[in-house]
Design a protein around this ligand. Structure first.
Ligand code: SF4
Length: 530
């Protein structure tokens, strides 16, 4: 028997699976199949679209497992998620199963149509239900371990970042729009999490994000409090165990922090922040859900944290995390999310949101990322009744707010976080061109436009030369002076570029120094990147 796992990618409030990310879902399914002695093959939807042979051969498979669902849509550079229309156009295997958060956005008529076309739709979360549907025993930890090797079949391997799950559910679970209410809480033993990281590490993965939980500070916390009290000692031991098993990790980041946990338990949170700064890698971001700074919206949507609590959390993370690390990024900074279109939103809500950001600027605090998204409504959430009416009505406020934030906040913030001249390392080229686009393999990586044509998949170190709203332009350093383009030379040496160009080729650094005093910092005489 053989099965194909088609990864159409997921993006949930607490899980990302768009390349370079790999979610735990294909790993679980692969492990489940291998444990049942079924041959399993994995592909991403992007690779599948290009593979005419596989598209036809799909009919020869006994099983097709499709993973899909973009619950919190973003702009993706690394891949194009599987769409609903595309789903209906797939050739099918003998048995076909659809899993993932897509279940929550499908209407009943879509589910019926899919089932009529031969695709079984499994509810969300799917793991236990999938095992039941296939009459296989459910063993979450065993399957995740057995499934680690599937990442070697990913087209981006080894330049991947594996999303790691620590627990499910949310201690609040009341925000009107959020799908976390559908997750039954369960917590993974830290030893199992470390074992899973080690299994992926042994396959060759070096980048990890402990991102699949709603609040990293609540992991291993004391849940006898209304707001769980973080346990700094356990969190430190957890990190030590990761490094003891996997000493050559290149990226260890996290995602999702509930600012209320930090504001409520500041002493414990402070210690956890220090552990994150010491034991995780620079460029780390704690994504906070502020959602709205308007008290009325907070009340009407039973949002978790108040604007004051979020400000406290932003301050505390800045205090310990804003120093710059070896890869050019601050060690650990907060990011915040806004959701537009919630109940009770008015024109004044946008003012309150902007004032909050202005206050962050006035206090000279850093935010690594400001995410402004329009609400997406799911069946079974309180927002279902509200619908998209307010969002539609407020479209122009939404765009005006977004533009204002990009122009008046984002750009200024980016200039503080990555000033001109800052060296950023290990940029992974994802798009080739006259200007190539690269990012670090990291949580919420900043997009870098690299002047020059670089091969997709290569790694480059560069210095920042200019800023966009949310991206920077950079030039490779050290730059090969004898082969660099005029654009690259200009970006690094300004007006001296033409003279450098005319006097090429250079044989010694001294010759360049006669034109450009800082030559040693920016240039190399070597003609290859080796
Ligand atoms: S705090 Fe609210 S938005 Fe965040 S995970 Fe919980 S329910 Fe969802």
């Amino acid at each position: 028997m053989k099965a194909l796992i088609l990864d159409g990618y997921v993006d949930e409030p607490s899980c990302l699976g768009v390349p370079p990310y790999v979610s735990p879902y294909p790993r679980f399914i692969y492990g489940m199949l291998r444990s049942a002695k079924i041959d399993a093959f994995y592909t991403t939807i992007d690779a599948f679209r290009e593979d005419r042979v596989l598209k036809e051969k799909i009919r020869d498979f006994d099983f097709l497992f499709i993973i899909a669902g973009i619950a919190v849509p973003g702009n993706y550079i690394g891949g194009k998620p599987l769409g609903k229309k595309e789903l209906f156009s797939l050739n099918l295997a003998r048995r076909n199963v659809l899993v993932g958060p897509i279940y929550l956005e499908l209407e009943k008529k879509d589910i019926t149509a899919l089932e009529d076309s031969g695709i079984e739709v499994i509810g969300f979360p799917f793991e236990m239900a999938l095992c039941e549907a296939l009459h296989l025993p459910f063993d979450f930890e065993k399957y995740l371990l057995a499934g680690a090797e599937v990442v070697s079949q990913h087209p981006w391997f080894p330049n991947l970042i594996c999303e790691i799950e620590t627990y499910r559910g949310c201690y609040w679970a009341k925000c009107s729009f959020c799908i976390e209410r559908f997750q039954s809480p369960f917590f993974r033993d830290p030893e199992n999490v470390v074992r899973e990281i080690k299994a992926l590490y042994d396959v060759g993965v070096r980048h990890f994000r402990i991102g699949k939980q709603t609040d990293f500070f609540s992991y291993l916390a004391d849940f006898s409090f209304d707001v769980p009290k973080p346990n700094p000692e356990k969190i430190k031991n957890f990190h030590r165990a990761i490094w003891a098993s996997c000493p050559k990790i290149k990226t260890l980041h996290l995602d999702n922090v509930n600012p209320k946990t930090i504001a409520e338990h500041r002493d414990e949170a402070k210690e956890v922040i220090k552990t994150i700064v010491i034991y995780q890698t620079p460029g780390n971001v704690a994504a906070f859900g502020l959602e709205s700074a308007d008290e009325r919206v907070i009340r009407k949507n039973t949002l978790c944290a108040t604007a004051e609590e979020v400000m406290i959390a932003i301050e505390l993370i800045n205090r310990y995390g804003k120093a710059v690390g070896y890869n050019g990024l601050p060690y650990f900074l907060p990011g915040i999310n806004f959701v537009i279109g919630l109940k009770g939103e008015t024109k004044e809500t946008f003012e309150a949101n902007f004032d909050f950001l202005q206050e962050v600027m006035n206090r000279n605090l850093l935010l690594r990322r400001i995410n402004i998204r329009q609400v997406k409504i799911f069946r079974g959430t309180p927002m279902e009744k509200e619908g998209y009416t307010r969002l539609m009505k407020h479209k122009r406020y939404f765009y005006a707010f977004k533009n204002r934030v990009r122009e008046e906040i984002d750009n200024k913030m980016l200039r503080k976080i990555l000033p001109k001249g800052r060296r950023i390392t290990d940029l992974h080229v994802e798009i080739e061109g006259k200007i190539s686009f690269a990012r670090q393999i990291a949580t919420y990586p900043i997009l870098v436009g690299l002047i020059g044509n670089y091969k997709r998949g290569s790694f480059v170190d560069a210095r920042v030369v200019d800023h966009g709203f949310r991206s920077v332009t950079a030039v490779e350093v050290p730059l090969r002076v004898n082969t660099a383009t005029l654009e690259q030379l200009e970006a690094l040496a300004g007006k001296k570029a033409v003279e450098i160009l005319k006097r090429r080729p250079f044989k010694t650094m001294e010759e360049i120094k006669q034109i450009f005093a800082d030559a040693e910092i920016f240039f190399t005489l070597h003609n290859s990147r080796e």
